[in-house]
Ligand binder design. Structure first.
Ligand code: NAD
Length: 276
């Protein structure tokens, strides 16, 4: 029996399965992105972190990740709503690592409102960060991946890339779009050693979700446990949150040579939610 997901991954793939590879993980200063970056670093890949947050805390995470895993870890503050900033981040990653083998499009934002009240600026921002940024990052890294005959594109979509919920028009549209983009990248890259897959999480235990639970408990005046059971895990048959370590483990697998034929997929990691 393995003590942790990390130990299990190490046993399956060996200590440094991704040694010599380098990755950009967008939105990796917290939550799923941070978990994926940690897993890739643990597997031996150099990693460029990206996202917003307290500079001192980001530097602490960067230095710790580099030291613990004996890999190069950089940080770039590129705003994923800016195609130009994305291109410059890719240039800096190329200059630092020599190449970019793996891109994980994870940065994402959410806004919940009925269609009639949905602010246009929120629609544009969600489409820009959750969908268009992935296109720009793939476009900027695709040529060299193709020339080297290896590339891994992982798009962190959502169960909402496969099914819809009310009041999430922009998010659901962007995540469905991301699943579509994944398929096109997979088809165009198939002959050149480039795979593209979407990870479609249900609810994952992240600081963001924890905060939402507290907020809902307060605003509805109900217990935290009830919010978790009746709101968040209502549609998640396993009745548990997925973990960022599980997202990281799947990402390492998708980057491995063992996953060379897995491409163009949208993999639910949702405790059975979309099996309904
Ligand atoms: P999070 O808020 O903890 O992390 C989001 C990250 O994106 C942060 O690092 C943030 O700084 C970064 N970010 C936001 N806007 C950015 C921008 N303009 N430019 C660069 N970085 C930016 O959220 P999370 O829960 O870890 O979610 C990560 C991804 O997973 C998102 O795409 C989200 O839609 C998806 N997802 C999350 C869940 C869940 O339950 N947590 C479920 C399904 C899908």
């Amino acid at each position: 029996m393995f003590k942790s997901t990390d130990a299990e991954i190490e046993a399956i793939f060996g200590r440094r399965a991704l040694e010599g590879r380098s990755a950009i993980v967008t939105g990796s200063t917290s939550g799923i992105g941070l978990g994926v970056a940690q897993a890739l670093a643990k597997a031996g890949a150099a990693v460029m972190l990206n996202g917003f947050g307290d500079p001192a805390e980001i530097e602490r995470q960067r230095a710790e990740m580099a030291q613990e895993n004996d890999v190069d870890v950089a940080y770039d503050s590129a705003d994923m709503s800016s195609p130009e900033a994305i291109r410059m981040m890719v240039e800096r990653a190329g200059a630092r690592f020599g190449q970019v083998d793996i891109v994980v499009n994870n940065a994402g934002i959410q806004h919940v409102a009925p269609i009639s009240e949905f602010p246009t600026a929120k629609w544009d921002a969600i489409l820009g960060i959750n969908l268009s940024a992935a296109f720009h990052l793939v476009q900027a890294t695709y040529g060299p991946m193709r020339a080297r005959g290896y590339g891994r594109v992982i798009n962190v979509a959502s169960a909402h890339g496969l099914v819809a919920s009310p009041y999430k028009s922009a998010y659901v549209a962007a995540k469905h779009g991301l699943v579509g983009l994944t398929k096109v990248v997979a088809l165009e890259g198939a002959e050149f050693g480039i795979t593209a897959n979407a990870i479609c999480p249900g609810y994952v235990w992240t600081p963001l979700v924890e905060q939402q639970i507290d907020d809902q408990a307060k605003s509805h005046g109900i217990a935290r446990d009830a919010v978790i059971r009746d709101v968040f895990l209502k549609n998640q048959p396993t009745k548990r949150f997925a973990t960022v370590e599980e997202m990281g483990a799947l990402s390492v697998f998708l980057c491995s040579n063992a996953a060379a034929s897995i491409t163009g997929t949208a993999i639910p990691v949702d405790g059975g939610w979309t099996a309904h």
